[in-house]
Write a protein that binds this ligand. Structure first.
Ligand code: ATP
Ligand code: MG
Length: 563
């Protein structure tokens, strides 16, 4: 292959292309995404999904969504369902025939455990977890051997079968691999393979009361599925020798090869299922799919598209060095994606009335507006216009500063898709609050352009009063105020850095009437405000809720500059 092309491939693609050239595994490529169903998926998992699924697609290989469901006490079917939904959404296809469960392999794993016992490579141990830790030794001292190390294979086999048959209580016995009392890699100091857990499993029910440890099970699962390239995050690098040891010591097993890549970390975000669960449990967010959450379902509800997340994952690439990615990259990916196909609409978030004094009473005009300047085929729509409009409160100032180009008394601006108007005055209530702004319009500027070439500096959006839809608008911002809320050097709890303004709710926004039949699948740009989508959970027929996916520009850059 051409060297230039090769250098543009990520390191895993380079490995795959070499393997294909060598016809390794007869050219078979298989990858998998192996979540433990103990929480909802987050944007870090998205990186792994895009990588594994993407490689299988690119190289015409097989992809499996495999549930690593080896711990019945933390796993729930709710999580299984959500994970399937999220992975399919991200992949953009139904994957029902690609789904696998580690629990389907329990019998095979059990037989392999007996094989190791008979080969005198595994034994039953009666130490408690505390004793095990105390006996493990230090990098310079040897591990204190467990009694079971010297039992005969027959005795260990008998004990192991009794464990399986429920003769012992939780914590009483474990099965351990007999590997190395001195290894500098602690994963090889006789790791536990099975422990007793007497709880019901979401798939196998009460069939088992011993469950495989992750490290014992993981490589076997890859072997059973004949995964050619088992890709995982860097923290598993020191587990690889253990996975290899297990497979080396079993007869006639397929040998997968593991490759490690750097996990995704994002600024202003925490990325651990345990912490995300804590946010939900403590009521700091409303749910796993709260649009403030960095979960895939949270992003989906907020209006992120699968294309934008895939584009983001592609942009950040695959490396072998851990780093923290600026969340701005993710926000830019969704902006870029939505700019292409979001339908432009007008919405007034904080309305104030505008009265056009010289516009005929009782007249309603239908004005043509472009749906999407980026895509002509989206066409145009008609929006009603009359003498009573809503505009944004902050598009008017009583005493404007120099560079304010919107409305103030005597100033002329353009009403988007409509006319030029000139502000003539305003009304106040007894408390001194502005209740209405007055203006006149120039009928010769229909469509928003003047025949005499007169220019205006400001264009503002509006919604006609009688046809407006009332809506609730939810403006989202980053969930944390600190760039690295999870900093291991910082003793302060990450929850302290929750951004209290991550959600702002606006109750009485006014939308143009075409939004009456908006669906949750559609994406909108509310002109001059940001990208929005309809909330599919909280919207009611007469009171829709819209979520802001992302603002039009990166407002944080400005704030950070000021600081
Ligand atoms: P967490 O650490 O957030 O609790 P996990 O690693 O325990 O997640 P698993 O269900 O074990 O979650 O992960 C499934 C797959 O996703 C694993 O292969 C893991 O390496 C990968 N993964 C998890 N977090 C990230 C991340 N931040 N970036 C990339 N891949 C990740
Ligand atoms: Mg894990």
């Amino acid at each position: 292959m051409n060297e230039n092309l090769e250098s543009r491939l990520n390191f895993i693609e380079q490995i795959i292309e070499h393997d294909l050239r060598d016809n390794k595994n007869d050219g078979r490529i298989a990858t998998r995404f192996p979540p433990e169903p103990n929480g909802y998926l987050h944007i870090g998992h998205a990186k792994s999904i895009c990588l594994n699924y993407g490689l299988a697609k690119k190289y015409n290989g097989e992809f499996f969504l495999r549930f690593d469901d080896t711990n019945p006490s933390k796993e729930e079917t709710e999580y299984v369902q959500s994970i399937i939904e999220d992975v399919q959404w991200l992949a953009g296809e139904n994957l029902s025939n690609r789904i696998r469960y580690a629990s389907d392999y329990f019998d095979q794993m059990y037989n392999w455990a007996e094989e190791l016992i008979l080969k005198n490579k595994a034994y039953v141990c009666n130490q408690s977890p505390d004793e095990m830790r105390d006996n493990r030794g230090t990098p310079t001292t040897t591990m204190k051997p467990s009694e079971g190390r010297n039992f005969t294979p027959e005795k260990n086999l008998e004990l192991f079968r009794q464990m399986k048959n429920g003769k012992f209580n939780e914590g009483e016995l474990t099965l351990r691999a007999k590997i190395d009392l001195n290894s500098p890699n602690f994963n090889l100091r006789d790791p536990v393979m099975y422990r007793i857990i007497k709880s019901e499993h979401h798939r196998t029910g009460n069939k088992w009361c011993i469950y495989p440890m992750y490290d014992w099970a993981h490589g076997l699962e890859d072997s059973i599925e004949q995964i050619s390239h088992s890709i995982c995050t860097l923290e598993f690098e020191h587990h690889r020798p253990l996975y290899d040891w297990f497979l080396d010591n079993l007869d006639n097993v397929w040998r997968p090869h593991q490759y490690e890549f750097a996990r995704l970390n994002l600024t202003y975000t925490v990325m651990s299922k345990r912490k995300l669960l804590e946010l939900v449990k403590n009521g700091l967010v409303n749910s796993w799919n709260d649009p403030r959450m960095p979960t895939i379902c949270g992003f989906r509800r907020r209006g992120y598209t699968p294309e934008s997340i895939r584009a983001f994952c592609k942009e950040i690439g695959v490396a072998k060095m851990n780093s923290i990615i600026d969340v701005v990259k993710l926000e830019n990916a969704i902006r870029e994606n939505l700019n292409k196909y979001a339908l432009r609409r007008m919405a007034v978030l904080r309305p104030i009335k505008l009265l056009i004094e010289n516009y005929p009473d009782n007249q309603i005009e239908q004005l043509e507006a472009i749906n999407n300047p980026e895509n002509e085929s989206d066409g145009t729509r008609l929006i009603p216009f009359s003498k009573n409009l809503y505009i944004e409160q902050d598009d008017f100032m009583e005493e404007p500063p120099k560079k304010y180009f919107r409305l103030s008394v005597g100033r002329e601006v353009r009403l988007r898709y409509a006319y030029y108007i000139t502000c003539t005055g305003f009304d106040k209530d007894e408390n001194g609050n502005i209740t209405q702004i007055r203006c006149t319009y120039d009928p010769s500027t229909k469509g928003g352009a003047s025949a005499d070439g007169r220019k205006v500096q400001g264009t503002i959006h509006w919604v006609e009063v009688n046809n407006a839809i009332n809506a609730e608008i939810r403006l989202y911002d980053r969930l944390f105020t600190k760039e690295n809320p999870d900093d291991p050097q910082d003793p302060t709890d990450y929850k302290t850095y929750i951004n209290p303004n991550a959600l702002e709710t606006i109750k009485n926004a006014k939308l143009e009437p075409s939004l009456a039949d908006a669906t949750a699948e559609q994406r909108f740009q509310f002109e001059r405000i940001g990208y929005f989508c309809k909330d599919n959970i909280d919207s009611k027929p007469k009171q829709p809720v819209f979520n802001r996916t992302v603002s039009l520009r990166d407002t944080w850059a400005k704030i950070e500059k000021k600081q």
